[in-house]
Design a protein around this ligand. Structure first.
Ligand code: ATP
Length: 591
């Protein structure tokens, strides 16, 4: 219960900025409900004053009154519906915006553990559910509640005896709603889970269509999908059965009770205890009250679902970014990020130093990945890191950019400790060219501009020229405006890499982190990529995870990692002499 109250508070806090609209919606809701309730009195007038009394003028006047009330009720319904659904959409958009800006601050470690698919599903389906419930569910529940209370009061005023009989009928109607409603909800949840499973299946198969088709796996994929679709059908059939039964039972029981009460009421009319108009009004209210109860019981299930959805959203919102900001006053300035002319950094000073770094991933704290690692990189140097797969090379890049906290030791950027700087500032020191270039579904220019959103068109073209990408981009019909498909399907491997290099060039950051691609490109692509990288490496300090002989030969310094330990350091020639591991590595991996 406590959590429901906090969820409600959370939801209402999002409604607060639109308090005027909320108030207007509530006014419309009350006016609408009142209009429908007063309509019963109008009907009573029509029957008693016009119909039974045989007075044509009164009949017309009462009918006009009924029409007037219906008009007011309809206008109020429009306002309530519009405002409530608008509020639902608005709150949902606000929550989505807040959630997304929170999600982009969470580290890759969070996504490695939480499964991105699940986060996306929470994001889209939970917020959509919330939107429909805030928009229509709450509106319907509130309206029905007001109508129910009003109808009961007016019933009691019209005839206490008949109201008493109605109250005897209420539990008879509520019992099947409660029992069958539970079943319906259970199977609705099962169907939802089945649909989610199908979603994963579609996503996996269509994203990896290349592998599926090359291994002729289509028929097995189709069979697995058919199975999943049939499973949804089976649980849906159960849900539909219980729902149909529920509707039929409610109809039968409520109509029977109205008939019984109507019969008792008719006897009272014959006995002269109530007027025919009163009986008509009473039945009108009884139907209103019954309808309201049915709506509330239906919406309550949705409200519970929305509470669950909100709880999951709040849980996501409360996930803390695992990299804390600097403890001291957050320092967003860094000597290395100043204009080159003011830069106190001399070529002999280290631009990056690791001192006795120890690290294990938070998810596997017992397995130490980096052991007592120390080295430094001087301004303008080219440092190559070599080591077997799993030695911890990529982990080092992540540590430099502070995607994780160290277990012990320190990393310095120039003379400043990484932990004393704002995380954003730390990252502004590095331009990363990953092994598999990442291309987004936007234009070529915007893909390059990703690293520097304010860059001018001229700067983008300049960067592309330096990355040897300008020529092939010009070859596209739309040039720099060419839209790249999802996952960059329209580009070759070498082209993607050159776009990624142009992005790094444009970023103009003090340290280039380069994860050299292991997959071979064709000879001409290879040549362009190499030229592009050479240009870039000559401009800045470069740390490169090397897989090619030519790269290590040109490096100023090479460090050899084995199981997260630095086992040798030096130039290519000196290491060939001094380090058997390096020599073996060169023979095996690089030549
Ligand atoms: N998110 C993670 N959580 C737990 N362990 C991880 C994580 N990422 C990597 N590891 C482990 O850390 C070790 C080092 O991995 P890393 O990716 O840094 O190696 P690498 O030298 O870059 O290898 P490769 O050349 O194959 O890319 C491996 O044993 C790997 O299993």
């Amino acid at each position: 219960m406590n959590s429901s109250t906090s969820i409600l508070k959370w939801l209402f806090s999002h409604l607060r900025p639109y308090i005027t609209k909320v108030a207007l919606a509530l006014v419309a809701l009350f006016v609408g409900a009142m209009a429908w309730l007063i309509l019963g009195q109008g009907v009573r007038l029509v029957v008693d004053q016009g119909f039974v009394a045989g007075d044509e003028t009164m009949l017309l006047q009462s009918l006009l009154l009924v029409l007037g009330i219906a008009l007011i009720g309809s206008v109020a319904t429009y306002c309530r519906f519009y405002l409530m659904v608008w509020l639902g959409e608005r709150v949902c958009a606000d929550i989505r915006k807040a959630l997304f800006s929170h999600l982009v601050t969470l580290s890759p470690n969070f996504y490695a553990e939480a499964r991105t698919g699940e986060v996306i599903s929470r994001f889209t389906s939970d917020t959509t559910l919330l939107q429909s419930v805030v928009g229509t569910g709450v509106s319907m529940a509130l309206r029905s509640l007001v109508m129910f209370i009003g109808a009961i009061i007016l019933m009691a005023i019209t005839s206490t005896t008949l109201t008493f009989y109605v109250f005897i009928a209420v539990p008879v109607i509520l019992l099947p709603i409660k029992l069958l409603g539970k079943k319906v909800r259970h199977f609705a949840k099962v169907s939802q889970d089945d649909v989610a499973t199908m979603g994963t299946l579609i996503d996996e198969n269509l994203h990896e269509i290349h592998t599926i088709q090359s291994y002729n796996h289509e028929s097995q994929s189709v069979a697995a999908f058919d199975n999943s679709a049939e499973q949804i059908m089976r649980s849906a059939a159960k849900r539909i059965h219980y729902r149909a039964l529920l509707i039929a039972l409610i109809m039968f029981i409520s109509l029977s009770s109205i008939f019984v009460v109507g019969w008792i009421g008719a006897l009272d009319v014959i006995a002269g205890k109530v007027t025919p108009g009163e009986l008509t009004a009473f039945v009108f209210y009884a139907v209103l009250a019954g309808g309201s109860i049915a709506t509330i019981s239906e919406v309550i299930g949705d409200l519970q679902k929305a509470a669950g959805a909100s709880e999951r959203i709040v849980e996501l919102m409360n996930t803390q970014a695992d990299i804390p900001q600097a403890n001291k006053a957050t320092d967003t300035s860094s000597a290395l990020l100043q204009e080159p002319t003011q830069m106190a950094q001399s070529a002999a000073d280290p631009i990056l130093s690791l001192n006795n770094v120890n690290f294990s991933y938070p998810s596997v704290p017992d397995k130490q990945i980096i052991h007592d690692l120390s080295f430094n990189v001087k301004t303008g140097q080219k440092l190559a890191i070599v080591g077997h797969s799993g030695a911890g090379k990529s982990t080092l890049f992540d540590l430099m950019m502070r995607f994780y906290n160290l277990d012990s030791g320190e990393i310095l950027l120039g003379k400043q400790k990484q932990t004393e700087l704002d995380v954003d500032t730390v990252r502004r020191h590095f331009a990363l060219v990953p092994q598999d270039a990442v291309i987004f579904a936007m234009s070529v220019a915007d893909n390059i501009r990703l690293s520097s959103p304010d860059a001018s068109d001229e700067a983008v073209i300049e960067a592309a020229k330096l990355a040897f990408a300008h020529e092939f981009i010009e070859g596209f019909v739309n040039g720099y405006d060419t839209q790249l498909g999802e996952r960059g399907v329209k580009l070759s491997g070498g082209q993607k890499q050159r776009i990624a290099i142009a992005r790094a060039v444009l970023a103009k950051r003090p340290i280039l982190l380069l994860d050299e691609a292991t997959s071979a490109l064709d000879a001409s692509s290879e040549k362009y990529v190499k030229q592009a990288l050479d240009t870039l490496m000559n401009q800045t300090t470069t740390i490169i995870i090397a897989h090619r002989l030519s790269t290590v030969i040109n490096a100023d310094n090479i460090i050899v990692l084995e199981h997260g330990r630095l086992i040798a350091q030096g130039t290519h020639e000196s290491l060939l002499e001094s380090s058997p591991v390096y020599k073996e590595f060169v023979d095996l991996q690089l030549s």
